[in-house]
Design a protein around this ligand. Sequence first.
Ligand code: ZN
Length: 351
Amino acid sequence: MIIENFDLLKQLSETPGAPGFEYKVRNLIISIAEKFVDKTDIDNMGNLILFKKGNSPKKVMLAAHMDEIGFMVRHIDSKGFIKFQPLGGFDPKIVVGSRVVIHGKKDVYGVISSKPIHLMSLEERGRKVDLKEFFIDTGYPKEELDNLIELGDPITRCAECIEMGNCINGKSLDNRISVFILIETLRRLQNETLPFDLYAVFTVQEEVGLRGAQTATMAIQPDFAFAIDTTVAYDLPGASPHEFVSELGKGAAIKLIDSGAIADYRIVKFMKETAKKHEIPYQLEALTAGGTDTARLQQFVKGGSIAGAFSIPTRHLHQTIESVHKDDVKASIDLITQCLRDLDKLDTKHW
Ligand code: ZN
């Protein structure tokens, strides 16, 4: 099984972009996607807004967040060990032992560490782990480290993006897989005129509270809006089918609900009909905990927008390395492309 433009996906996955520090991944997106649209803008918060003129001034906004969960240097102790502040929701159990990169004057490798299990008391072994106890060891003493990094520098995970079975596995696939899908959709549509003006937005600071999506939505005031983001695929040992949320390889996921938004029933109907009409495999996704940019896209427009979301089923979400299925990536590009082409057929009448 192959995936077109895997090299771009690999680059997107491996490029750093902690919340508030998305510049490297943003520059990469601009270098690829600028040529597919009519206008490129960056707002004060750092959201990247690619505009493509349509046949009518009605506006559709697509949002894929480009930040990734990361950390910030908070304190460097007298021996050169770093205390850090999480930027986004980490599972503390999986953090220890991770290799990270501190983006200072130059990139510095580090490993997140804690007290070795050999030295833990029985009570310590059974205790819940807390991120506050962890530190980063860079292999440098403080005197050398002080010339390389400083307080406030962002830190990201470090992992190669690979093809693994029928899947892609790498760091930050939340949400670089959606960034990739949005770029590939723009590539496909580059020589077409769509029914409505399109704003393809690569948002900042989603992982710390949907912050970039809020300001971009307030500026654009879309009529229609879709988030593109990963969702949980807990189709794994120990889970019952009602806990899966989504399944790998079963197609593009159409969001019904998450903790911040109920997808508009008119847009859900339109997305399902579009998938059926074009024979694109799809599944429905109801996420019981965790939000996406969908909430801001829907609620920060005067009078609200008609909003929904495309979700990409993802295993091992917010762990060190995440997995998505190649078939789901293809189905998602197909479905988003067709939804944009047919959007003027969406019936906006309330039932
Ligand atoms: Zn995400």
